[in-house]
Design a protein around this ligand. Structure first.
Ligand code: SF4
Length: 298
């Protein structure tokens, strides 16, 4: 690995991060388009129109589509043979600093206890990096998520007594959505993690937000539960921006892990209408492809 290769890697990651702050992924745009078409409340229609006008302006003016560009999280699936594996963490930190200036991104990271804003969107363990190492692979696939304040606020996780069952777990989620969901600028994307222990459920709920809208859990019972939860939450009619409307969610995604017989852990993460989630695959020769934004060259 040469210095210029590392710099190229940083440049790609910074451009990827900056671009994703301004352009929603294809699946989110498609779902919002569909929801706007199906809406018949005039006020809700107005809100969808405002969202699409915002997206057009963001693209035209080359500015983030929401002022809150969040705290950055990267979910990294790195091949054990990727030549810059040792440089990935440092490159992501450098890329965040670069994107903060170039995009620009709002300064969002406040150090816990010392309570000061670091001014460059990095800090202790931030950007948050979640690692998976893939054997026999020489590329890296990176999911980026901008965890905004409003969309992070409803997040929750708890360990239930197993007797509460799936009904109890879903009641816990529904109570949270009805109490705090409106803070996350609906229509929401709801991620639910279930099983494992509390931190596993919480992490799975965030990973559920990384899935493409329109996909279903591979387990048929989980897929049915996703659909039922979508129908239940849509019946509340939160509508875009919480002004009431035909729907409340873009989708509900569930991810699961095996559980201890004495526990039933459940977690929830919410994404907002401006769901800035992006995915890039970078090959060993630093050629790349944006998997969430088709046809884009950075
Ligand atoms: S919830 Fe989403 S759209 Fe609303 S302010 Fe936060 S990041 Fe922006």
């Amino acid at each position: 690995m040469t210095t210029s290769e590392k710099q190229k890697f940083i440049d790609i990651l910074a451009a990827f991060t900056g671009y994703s702050s301004k352009h929603l992924p294809d699946d989110v745009v498609e779902r919002l388009t569909l929801m706007r078409e199906k809406e018949d409340s005039p006020m809700a229609k107005l809100f969808y129109d405002a969202m699409f006008s915002d997206l057009e302006k963001a693209s035209e003016l080359d500015r983030p589509c929401c002022q809150d560009t969040g705290v950055l999280q990267y979910f990294v699936q790195v091949g054990s043979g990727f030549p810059l594996i040792d440089e990935t963490e440092d490159s992501l930190r450098e890329a965040v600093k670069k994107a903060t200036i170039e995009a620009p991104l709002r300064h969002n990271v406040v150090e816990i206890f010392d309570e000061y804003n670091t001014g460059d969107n990095t800090g202790t363990r931030i950007p948050w990096i979640d690692w998976e190492v893939l054997p026999h692979c020489d590329s890296v696939t990176i999911y980026m998520y901008m965890a905004g304040g409003g969309c992070s606020l409803p997040g929750t996780a708890k360990v239930l007594m197993p007797l509460e069952g799936y009904e109890g777990a879903m009641k816990y989620i529904l109570d949270q959505v009805t109490s705090y969901g409106v803070n996350a600028c609906p229509p929401l994307l709801l991620g639910i993690g279930i099983g494992g222990s509390v931190e596993v459920a919480a992490k799975l709920s965030k990973k559920a937000l990384l899935r493409r809208i329109g996909t279903r859990n591979k387990n048929q019972k989980a897929a049915e539960l996703e659909l039922k939860m979508e129908e239940a939450i849509n019946r509340i009619k939160i509508g875009p921006g919480g002004v009431s409307g035909n729907a409340s969610v873009m989708a509900v995604h569930i991810e699961q892990a095996g559980r201890h017989p004495s526990t039933l852990a459940v977690g929830m993460s919410t994404g907002c209408w401006a769901h800035r989630r992006a995915c890039i695959r970078i090959n060993h020769d630093l050629s790349y492809e944006l998997l969430t934004h088709k046809g884009v060259t950075l």
